[in-house]
Unconditional design. Structure first.
Length: 155
């Protein structure tokens, strides 16, 4: 669930959910959103933030009679250690072009999986190769092929 969804879209997604408080994830974007009777939270991402901010994010929830109150936190994250481990483990070489794309996600704190949409738009049927990935990384603006919810903190 993205913060950019309309209340109607959220209602459709949660039509079978009885809870008034919903905790979701997978987008890697922190969120505290009221939609109708529901309050929706997303803690963000400890290891792979996709909002352009190079830190681990998490959320503390405190409850009382009125409901839940989130406190969003960020802590520094040692990206150099991650890149060293990618190299040391052989991941950079063994995982191929899609593995390189994962490393780019860490390097940019942005979703780079729009690569597949870019490929389908500009190079349909082309095999996924290092050369194709190089072309994407050199010539593509990642946001043109990502969900608008990720277009935050771009300044």
């Amino acid at each position: 669930m993205y913060w950019t969804l309309t209340d109607e879209e959220i209602e459709k997604l949660l039509s079978n959910v009885e809870a008034d408080f919903v905790l979701c994830g997978h987008t890697h974007l922190p969120m505290d959103r009221q939609s109708g009777r529901r309050r929706i939270f997303n803690p963000g991402s400890v290891g792979v933030p996709l909002d352009g901010i190079f830190s681990a994010s998490y959320m503390l929830l405190e409850g009382n009679e009125q409901g839940w109150t989130p406190t969003f936190r960020r802590v520094p994250f040692d990206y150099d250690a991650v890149f060293q481990e990618f190299e040391k483990s052989g991941y950079n070489k063994e995982a191929g072009p899609m593995g390189r794309l994962v490393v780019e996600i860490y390097r940019n704190a942005r979703p780079m999986l729009g690569f597949l949409r870019w490929r389908n738009t500009h190079k349909p049927g082309f095999p996924i190769t290092d050369e194709l990935l190089d072309e994407f990384l050199a010539n593509c603006k990642w946001w043109e092929f990502s969900h608008p919810a990720y277009h935050i903190n771009m300044g």
